[in-house]
Design a protein around this ligand. Sequence first.
Ligand code: ANZ
Length: 959
Amino acid sequence: MSETNPAAAATSAEAAPHRYTAALAAEIEARWQDFWDADGTYAAPNPTGDLAGDPEVVARPKKFIMDMFPYPSGAGLHVGHPLGYIATDVFARFQRMNGHNVLHTLGFDAFGLPAEQHAVQTGEHPRVTTEAAINNMKSQLRRLGLGHDKRRSFATIDPDYYKWTQWIFLQIFNSWYDDEADKARPISELIAQFESGERAVPGHTRAWHELTATERADVLGEFRLAYASDAPVNWCPGLGTVLANEEVTADGRSERGNFPVFKAKLRQWNMRITAYADRLLDDLNELDWPEAIKLQQRNWIGRSEGARVDFPIDGEKITVFTTRPDTLFGATYMVLAPEHPLVDRFVPAAWPEATHDVWTGGHATPAEAVAAYRAQAGAKSDVERQAEAKDKTGVFTGAYATNPVNGDKIPVFIADYVLMGYGTGAIMAVPAGDQRDFEFARAFELPIVCIVEPTDGRGTDTSTWEDAFGSYDAKIVNSSNDDVKLDGLPVAEAKARITEWLARKGIGEGTVNFRLRDWLFSRQRYWGEPFPIVYDEDGVVHALPESMLPLELPEVDDYSPRTFDPEDADTQPETPLSRDEDWVNVTLDLGDGPKKYRRETNTMPNWAGSCWYELRYLDPHNGEQLVDPQIEQYWMGPRAGMPHGGVDLYVGGAEHAVLHLLYARFWSKVLYDLGHVSSAEPFHKLFNQGMIQAYVYRDGRGFPVPAAEVEELGGEYYYQGEKVTRLLGKMGKSLKNAVTPDEICAEYGADTLRLYEMAMGPLDVSRPWDTRAVVGQFRLLQRLWRNIVDEATGEVTVTDAEADEETLRVLHKAIDGVRQDLEGLRFNTAIAKVTELNNHLTKAGGAVPRPVAEPLVLMIAPLAPHIAEELWRKLGHTDSVVHRDFPVADPQYVVDETVTCVVQIKGKVKARLEVSPAISDEELEKAALADELVVKALGGAGIRKVIVRAPKLVNIVTA
Ligand code: ANZ
């Protein structure tokens, strides 16, 4: 690397002692970083509170520009990590130079498993390793010259921070969702309704004051937005913890560690995010987010409109959820999820007479068949169960239900393609309309009744069909009885009519179903926020009062969750906190005198701290409130085009599409409903940066070899003489291809690194890192320097002379273009334009006129702030470039020169027009037809056709 690096070449040091070298870059950068820190250059004033500052600045328009904050990994940063941080920094600097009060800072998402796993292995407190990692990362980031307001930085592990995470948990715990008001309200208001009798107490005939404390707690638990329940959860014995659905892979294993995950019933904390499903969907429409991310959130929430329908069975009923109630006449059998609790109630002692062998699975009794099938299905994950391609399995329960539209007795099966956790866990099977049902019907020789007239010419004889016909754009057939007639109706109308009929008969109703589940919120871990929750001697749950926050993590000797045989589903988690009996068992006065309590020993999941951090940046030292409402309103409140408010720009990886972004939106909405914030959405504009990729070289055994030591020979790659393969992949320590920002900064300086990362390509596209190409940006800075500074004397060489016309055109076009590019986050093309201008000056030779040099320096300032600050001062200014106005183009130099357009009539040239090269076809056609010569040449003849090839040709064909 160093042979090709001119920065390292000491040769010119004597001839040009003031050349822009790596050493000079290092000196300049360190000096300005120290200055900015001491000066508080990037401090963004609040309208009030301890960060209040210059009212003149506060009166400006404002911008809150934010990154997804990093997890402080012990491995530190590689050059891929800062891509987004540099991008937001360039944008923030640009906005500052456009007269905005800009809030830009960075904190640390510091609870997390790597530090905990390290603690488990070494016994070292995760706080120690995490803080060391934070300090390391801070100095790496500082070296990049990021313009952060450091007064606003924090880590989620700071007790001053997680005090408020716990406080928000309590707000959520102490509220319920009022469906009528369509918002969360304090639980005290629900209790008041129970007390006054305004609202009946569900599940009890006695009045509220007659219920025991336990009974009351249970009732409230059904309403609270944070609640504990014995829900089936993803239990991972190999990790000793339960996992959220999002942390389980498609093949039913833990995302981390790849251990088997089982469904187990455990008492866990949940967040009632499902209450917000509709609002989480609706409010997406107003957000400026990539469509792909919106789509992923919509799919995750999974709203389905349909109906619930009751099928009578043995004096009871099976309720199904269907999106196609219009196909009810084609329901020829039913399927329940194997674990559906109703199954045991109607399984008969013996098989009905003449039961088909395929239906019984060869078992002697229905009970035996059901038990065997359950055991088989229990070992599979939901995803495996739903896999499209797999053969349909199932077994007859021995029972028949009644199809309510035609009175047909239809067999009831259990099969694993029906999931307990979706809809009602039971379906009416319509093999003609649903592919899974079709395959099952074929496998189990069940009738297939055509109820939607095929539009693809296959005919209505289902015995000849090869698949189901599920179209929405078709008419219903074979679907009428004396009471309700669907025949001939299009699907949508049939749906409405049958739904109305079901409701009238009292056997069904229209309903909306969501795929979204409540958020499993507890973990059996040490390194997370403790729950501010205790249980009294009757097991009744109590919230700690705000005065007892933060509830700090106790010191423990052993950080490990107890893990178990990864294959043993019949185990139960044991949390690290539960082993500290002194911490767990406490005597507290919660307002009714000292009593004994047991603390909750789970901790919150990693996601908790990142659910609200944008708010704490606003008012990081507030000890009284989460955030001062006036300050929150100022930075994040709703405004024109942003009806829900939120951060102006949020940049991060697309991998957070559903987890972090959905959880953060949910917390925002709860805080909004309860009146703590004015913004109902956390992030108004979201941008996903691409990844920096790197080549991974592998030897014959497939092991990665150090990328830096690989040599290329005639298109082949060699490591220590051995041929290796090359593939583009991730950058990382384990792949031996990580390049650190520290190395590049040492080699060329931070400004070069910043320029290189921004110049690599459009920000949202992934790009391969190429260390050898970095020098290109270094040379740009060297030429920039040389255009302003004499390398021999260090003196500024600019003149006060006017610039020539051509230079002014190049300059103002650059200003115009760079402005638009920076505003649109197109940093690569902005750099290309600055380079063009700089090259123009280099080529022109001679001293650069000051009226060109100064805007050039200002334009590069957001991208390469250190060299810009240095040159700015050298140009004689005493104030920082950071708060200078970004140059504005003079329109007279921006208008393009013109090109000549030829106008032909019937192939003969009749006129020439001088037009802008950017003219559109429409404008050109208009101009041509209005031209005097053209009008004359046409002489009133009718026009048959005008062929336009902007900007050069118009061909008019006359009638
Ligand atoms: C009858 C029917 C006829 C259906 C037809 C579809 C097509 P989405 O859109 O995802 O909401 N279903 C309902 N609950 C289920 C469960 N727990 N496990 C597996 N499948 C379930 O899908 C809703 C449809 O999926 C429902 O509509 C039901 O099948 C099935 F021509 O009912 B349908």
